[in-house]
Design a protein around this ligand. Sequence first.
Ligand code: DLL
Length: 433
Amino acid sequence: MEHRFDARQKTEAELLAFQLEGLKWTVNHAYQHSDYYREKFNEAEVKPGDIATLDDIRKLPFTTSKDLQEGYPFPLRSVPFEQIVRIHASSGTTGKRKVLCYTEKDVDDWANMFARCYEYAGCTREDRIQITVGYGVWTAGWGFQNGCERFGAMSIPIGPGNLDMQCQFLEDFQTTVLCCTASMGLLMAEEIDRNNLKEKTGLKKMIFGAERSSDAMRQRISDLSGVPMEELYDIPGLTELYGPGTGLDCRYHTGIHYWADYYILEMLHPDTLEPVGPGEVGEMVVTTLRKEAAPLVRYRTRDLSRIMEGSCPCGSIMPRHDRILGRSDDMFIFRAVNIYPSHIDEIISNSEGIGSEYQIILERKESGKDHMALKVERAKGLEAEKERDKHIRKSIEHSVKKQLLVSCDVEVVGYGDLPRSERKTKRVFDNRG
Ligand code: DLL
């Protein structure tokens, strides 16, 4: 297939040279046009002229979400207002929203970057792409929409909710690609199954992201929707870095190819901020190469992943990172053990007789002791049965104890009893005050 939106650079050396040019441009642009960056660079005693190699990125100071919040409402702005054509804000519900502004070129670059995602997912212009993520100030709907139009497939811009209409559109328009959050993917798959639509739709692929999805969740989505596992594509993205579409796992699923001609990705230890070793988990720190309105210089995303080594059978020179494993701020400390929700994902994915949804509820007892409850759903089609439920409970409690070295109480609830979301699902409830 012709790759219209792939990077122009054809070798790694060309890509690195392009990155160096972009890095120099960004540092110069930010220094010249943003008071915020100029001050930060001055404090760190670094000038644009000090960037001569890609390694010189390490001379640059970090940018954090706190900087974005302090600069509200137009943080990192590096162009005059008359050049800003749009703003977006993160879905975050805590503190001030992160607001990012875009020039016409930023919007255009993002559409090209996103069109590449459809290309890597093996879409064609014959595809009919139903977009069920939110439109509005959130980047999601706009990202999938503009990318789809740029790519040239037919878009069906429905947004979230309205499951009846979603299913009717799937059937009437013979949608071939469904774009959603992972949570909405599960909801839609359950709805397809409930309405016996598997045979009636032409659904071939699903592209979902905005949150982590466990292996168990992807397997359920595939089983219920009839879309094969190989055709489920994980798409990452964040408001600060344009929005969705910063990479995609191609059909070989060897990791997420990230668009290294748009940004540099460093994988750093979250405490020391030094590069982690090859293949080790670190925090993703990104520096943009051509973003005008709100460039990012060493922006700490808090997302954790690792660089995948070797090459992908698809032949792309775009480097890969693993799926996003969690966020450093998702971690909770329970009885002195650091636990990530992804640890629980893994245990759930390897347990029999249960569905993919769960909730972790942390409480502090009057005695002052912390308590962890884990709610899981019985697998679809299984009735409550005392002995079986007890076996499920005990086996998950045992796995948690063995793998995380802490105790928890498992409760088995009916299939579909835990809340479903059309956006991002909250699964950890820390009520310890
Ligand atoms: O969630 C953009 C997006 C929309 C991506 C739709 C993909 C699909 P924010 O609301 O700014 O933007 O949230 C960004 O969500 O830092 C990650 O922690 C998390 N995230 C996004 N995609 C994934 C993914 C959008 N595929 C934050 N896997 C990021 C895991 C993800 N986490």
